[in-house]
Design a protein around this ligand. Sequence first.
Ligand SMILES: [Mg+2]
Length: 165
Amino acid sequence: MNFFKPSFYYEKVVDIGVPFLKTNNVECILLDIDGTIAPHDLPMLVSGFKPWFKGILKNGIKMVLVSNNHKNRVKFIAEKLNLPFVYFSFKPLPLGIIRALKIVSVDKSKSIMVGDQIFTDILGANVCGIRSVLVDPTNIKKGIMSKIKNWAEKPIRRNLGCGSN
Ligand SMILES: [Mg+2]
């Protein structure tokens, strides 16, 4: 098994449709925050997020935020959306993902992790044995670590046919 391989790829989180989720028997989405539903450390959500979010909830699909960021950042976004959350999740370690699944009481076979980072979100999902959707990062953070990570991910994304670069 390739631990860096996502189960699915979409350009943006808002492209993940309800029919796709229903077909794949998804009852809960584990959502990464930074780079996935919001630009890194910025207070706004990605364009089109609110209507997408409402559509997901209307169809009885649960959501839980699983972020490696600190409490204040994660709580701020969680309160905007009224969603349960796990901060300092330490993805790709399984603890945070397992905790998130416990919070929503959904089996991992009926869950899917959605995130923008292969080395945290996708690897974490694969370690836990849950399916995943890789999306393109909403913006490229200027920090040197993010630059290195994005550079390191490029050949993997290219190999998997995910993304334009
Ligand atoms: Mg992220």
